[in-house]
Design a binder for this molecule. Structure first.
Ligand SMILES: [Cu+2]
Length: 158
């Protein structure tokens, strides 16, 4: 009897969609590599339904989306300095995230959802100053190379 119930429970679990993840990103004055004013992850891969949470591990940071640099339909967000903020991923595509006080120093991140790069130009056209803009450009390139590699391993047409 016990085994039957377990078997039913397992089959129900495997039929359900994958559980959403909570992805935690720290806001840091310095990471392990010695880089200053950074998010603990800069290229963040996620799926629709995941929660992305930015945590104020160090002081004087915030996390917010950038105008016109997120997928259509995805709600913009803006965390206050020294406060955690989380948001639910509802759309595939790319989202630029910056720390407002430190974006020009390169405190930015790129969220990549569902291998969808269709709004890459919006990220490249976003007005993020200084090193932040340069880093976002590099992150878009990195996302492109990662996703192209993923696809080429299953692509049979070429
Ligand atoms: Cu910051």
């Amino acid at each position: 009897m016990k085994t039957t119930l377990l078997a039913i429970a397992l089959s129900v679990a495997s039929a359900a969609p994958a559980l959403a993840d909570i992805i935690e990103i720290e806001m840091l004055n310095k990471n392990e590599d010695g880089d200053r004013m950074v998010f603990s992850q800069e290229l963040i891969r996620a799926e629709v339904g995941d929660i992305i949470r930015f945590v104020p591990t160090d002081k004087s940071h915030n996390a917010q989306s950038v105008k016109d640099a997120l997928p259509e339909g995805q709600e913009p967000f803006r965390g206050r300095v020294n406060q955690a903020i989380e948001y639910e991923v509802t759309e595939t595509g790319l989202t630029a995230v910056v720390c407002l006080p430190h974006q020009a120093m390169g405190m930015v991140a790129l969220v990549v959802v569902g291998d969808d790069l269709s709004n890459a130009d919006d990220i490249l056209n976003a007005r993020v100053p200084g090193k932040g803009g340069d880093k976002l450009e590099a992150l878009v390139e990195e996302a492109k190379s990662l996703i192209t590699t993923d696809e080429s391993s299953t692509d049979q047409s070429s």
